[in-house]
Ligand binder design. Structure first.
Ligand SMILES: [Zn+2]
Length: 240
């Protein structure tokens, strides 16, 4: 048995909403000349997918991810929110936007909703970790964190788990700046927030893991991923 593999006793659903920056061929014309912005953090979360895959391997869980760029349709926003659309898609006719939701947004959302619902039915409760990355600097503001755990502070089981995971990470890697609900709050519109509306706090515990893209670009980023996996595994197994 791989000693580095922590077997979680609480079921875990791992997702990655901004894993890729692909644009389907049928909408390529909307993005003519937009290669640069698609390749930037505005098009996707660089480094998030390899990290999410590492967590999935170490924790022995499947990963649910979507390859489509957030500039086509934003998988981490609710369908009725204006921010589900970007400047490339906001002016499309409603029928066209509905079609994009059906083909490129709903499949991932429904896969995650189903996995969460089934885990709760099977085991009574679930932990959902949505893996994201953030740009080291936005609009001239330097982000002062390497790793952040986002949760809803009004949901106590989430707060407890987030603090345990963060404390474990700080102990394992004192060199990393670990923060909570930074650079975004965990209770704004996002996939975990949508799922919180469906499930009580005792059954659904949802987190966005936000990792600085500067850390993910480092040669030793894998070691940070290993520490994230090991400490999450300890928390899930109740050893921390
Ligand atoms: Zn993201």
């Amino acid at each position: 048995m791989n000693p580095r593999r922590a077997v979680p006793s609480a079921p875990l659903v791992l997702t990655c909403e901004h894993a890729g920056n692909r644009i389907p061929r049928e909408y390529a014309n909307l993005f003519a000349g937009a290669g640069e912005v698609l390749a930037s953090h505005r098009g996707w979360d660089p480094g998030a997918l390899p990290l999410a895959r590492l967590l999935a391997r170490r924790l022995g869980r499947p990963l649910l991810s979507t390859p489509w760029s957030r500039l086509l349709v934003e998988a981490n926003r609710s369908a009725h929110r204006p921010k589900v659309w970007s400047r490339f898609t906001a002016d499309l006719a409603e029928a066209e936007r509905e079609r994009i939701l059906d083909r490129y947004w709903r499949p991932h959302r429904e896969a995650v909703e189903t996995a969460v619902r089934e885990a709760i039915a099977r085991e009574g409760a679930v932990v959902h970790v949505a893996v994201h990355s953030f740009t080291p600097e936005l609009d001239g503001q330097v982000r002062n964190a390497d790793v952040a755990i986002l949760y809803d502070s009004r949901r106590r089981p989430e707060a407890v788990l987030a603090r345990r995971w963060g404390a474990g990470l700080r102990a394992a890697r004192p060199d990393l700046r670990v923060r909570y609900n930074y650079p975004y709050r965990g209770d704004t519109d996002g996939l975990p927030t949508a799922l919180r509306k469906e499930h009580p706090a005792s059954r659904y515990r949802g987190f966005e893991l936000e990792v600085n893209q500067a850390l993910l670009a480092r040669a030793d980023s894998r070691a940070a991923g290993e520490a994230l996996a090991a400490t999450l595994g300890e928390v899930l197994a109740g050893r921390r």
